[in-house]
Design a protein around this ligand. Structure first.
Ligand code: THU
Length: 136
């Protein structure tokens, strides 16, 4: 199976874990490490709203907390309250978190609507002139 298809499938499989009692907007992500391992994540909402964690950051924090520091790509999928899938671009905070652990010119952000409908961007395209470790 093509790697991108595997990432899309793993992201879709993780939608079932999204905890979204407030927005009913489910998001899931699959994150590919430099050496080919895939970590998944989902959004986790909170009654106080602001502690909500996005799917992308869940995946990054799971991976980093298990020793990973280098990533090649992330795939993001969503399902709305009525079961539709659309392209779901990462929020600004997640773009910033991804910048910390990636080369933005190379890191790929895959937005998928289905197994064969997806768009690919570099992080640099989504976060031009981002502030990263190299700026300190
Ligand atoms: N959300 C994500 O998980 N990732 C994104 O890139 C955009 C937004 C979540 C946060 C919240 O649980 C819900 O989607 C609606 O904003």
């Amino acid at each position: 199976m093509k790697l991108v298809q595997e990432m899309i499938r793993k992201a879709f499989d993780s939608l079932k874990y999204a905890y979204t009692p407030y927005s009913h907007f489910k998001v899931a992500a699959s994150l590919l490490t430099e050496d080919g391992k895939i970590y998944t994540g989902c959004n986790i909402e909170n009654a106080a709203y602001s502690p909500t964690n996005c799917a992308e950051r869940t995946a990054v924090f799971k991976a980093v907390s298990e020793g990973e520091r280098h990533f090649q790509a992330i795939c993001i999928v969503n399902e709305d309250a009525v079961g539709n899938h659309d392209y779901c671009p990462p929020c600004g905070v997640c773009r910033q978190v991804l910048m910390e652990f990636t080369d933005p010119e190379k890191f790929q952000v895959i937005l998928a609507k289905s197994g064969n409908e997806y768009q690919v961007y570099t992080l640099a395209e989504l976060l031009p002139l981002g502030f990263g470790p190299g700026n300190l």
